[in-house]
Design a protein. Structure first.
Length: 410
């Protein structure tokens, strides 16, 4: 098979609902329902012959209970797609929604597939009911080799090591809320967002539910740090506390706890999907491509400082594309915690006006395995709005990883 380009034909996503049982507008729905919503939208908007979809590659991080049993395949069946469309579900923690797109693009670029849909779903309102646990899944041998703790503690640890203070992270959180307000007021998300309906046909949600545009810098400064309270909490039934776990790797550290509910990513429900095709297949359908994939990469490093890999991932994907930072018009880096975006902008020497221009997860929420696909759609919509050409998307992922992708408008 000859190598070819992978084109992005269309993107669709749900609005993000507050991820709390009894409070969020989507929380009563089944995760498959959210996946089916965006898959239905893509099929209808593009007159998609679902029998010819080679695969649906889906990201879901907490694959338990209602989110188990190959959410990608189950969602397409619920969407009424032809049963000839296969599905697979993957987990790269928060990075799943980029990875699903990267794998879809890779299969097309290799000449092995012609039409693939990629995306992800995460209902944090539901997964919060399943109980937690560390990323080592209770494997004490792994814990001895690579101790890993809560990501919020990791965020504070990185801020401590990097000399990033409370004013720095609060300032970026305030900016995220302000940018999100402008984006929503101006309808910048309208091209990709599709409403979610209840099973009885009534409207469940048609707008972003999480943002708090009334946020002020003064209000953020008064919020108590959250993860300091975690330090004396046992990580599991071993009785070991988070503080003791951290001190396995950093025995003398004194953590400056700077993160709180206002400068950490929002807990939300959501789903997103992206339709990709080879040029030959797209032309046969009469589809006009919106963008092509320029390069993809994965980076990994310390699982103790697991939020640090977006910078190496960005450098790696740029090298693969034969591009420099100056060749990129817009950047999206997931605001898992404020320190991640702050460090990304600082370390790469970026113009802040080119990064997360419509706000990020601190304002809009982070539906874990769906977020990467959301961000790819967001940067594409914004490139079109500004009539710019190239966008780079990356995000930290559990275990010390970061996928990245560069897209270019066609």
């Amino acid at each position: 098979m000859a190598a070819t380009e992978a084109w992005i034909i269309d993107t669709a996503r749900t609005p993000r609902g507050i991820g709390k049982q009894g409070k969020g507008a989507l929380a009563h729905l089944h995760p498959q329902h959210l996946g089916a919503t965006v898959l239905k939208a893509l099929a209808a908007r593009n007159n998609l012959n679902t029998a010819e979809v080679d695969d649906v590659i889906w990201g879901t991080s907490s694959q338990k209970g209602k989110q188990a049993s190959c959410l990608g395949r189950m969602s397409l069946l619920l969407a009424g797609w032809n049963t000839a469309a296969s599905g697979v579900t993957l987990d790269r923690f928060c990075g799943s929604g980029i990875t699903s797109v990267n794998m879809a693009a890779a299969s097309i670029m290799a000449g092995m597939e012609d039409c693939v849909v990629a995306g992800g779903t995460e209902m944090m309102s539901y997964t919060a009911t399943l109980g937690g646990g560390l990323m080592d899944a209770g494997n004490m041998t792994l814990r001895d080799v690579q101790p890993q703790w809560h990501q919020g503690i990791c965020a504070d640890l990185i801020a401590t090591f990097e000399g990033i203070g409370r004013e720095d992270v609060d300032g970026l959180a305030y900016q995220s809320q302000q940018r999100a307000k402008v984006a929503i007021d101006e309808g910048r998300f309208a091209k990709s967002v599709v409403p979610v309906y209840n099973e009885d046909g009534t409207l469940a949600l048609d707008h972003e539910e999480f943002p708090r545009p009334q946020t002020t810098l003064e209000g953020l400064s008064q919020l108590p740090s959250v993860f300091e309270k975690f330090m004396d909490v046992p990580v599991d039934d071993t009785g070991e506390t988070f503080d003791q776990l951290v001190r396995r790797a950093y025995p003398d550290v004194k953590i400056n706890h700077v993160h709180h509910a206002g400068n950490s990513s929002g807990v939300v429900d959501g789903s997103a999907a992206i339709l990709l095709a080879s040029p030959a297949y797209a032309k046969a359908q009469g589809w006009k491509p919106r963008a092509k994939i320029r390069a993809m990469a994965n980076a990994a490093g310390s699982p103790q400082l697991m939020l640090n890999e977006p910078v190496p991932a960005a450098k790696k994907v740029l090298k693969k594309a034969g591009m420099s930072l100056n060749d990129i018009d817009l950047f999206e880096v997931n605001e898992a915690f404020s320190v991640v975006a702050f460090k990304f902008i600082r370390d790469l020497g970026l113009d802040p006006a080119k990064v997360n221009v419509n706000g990020g997860a601190m304002a809009l929420g982070h539906p874990i395995a769906a977020t990467g696909s959301v961000l790819i759609g967001t940067v594409l919509d914004e490139l079109e709005r500004q009539d710019k050409a190239t966008g780079l998307v990356t995000m930290c992922a559990g275990g010390g990883m970061a996928p990245a992708i560069i897209i270019e408008r066609v």
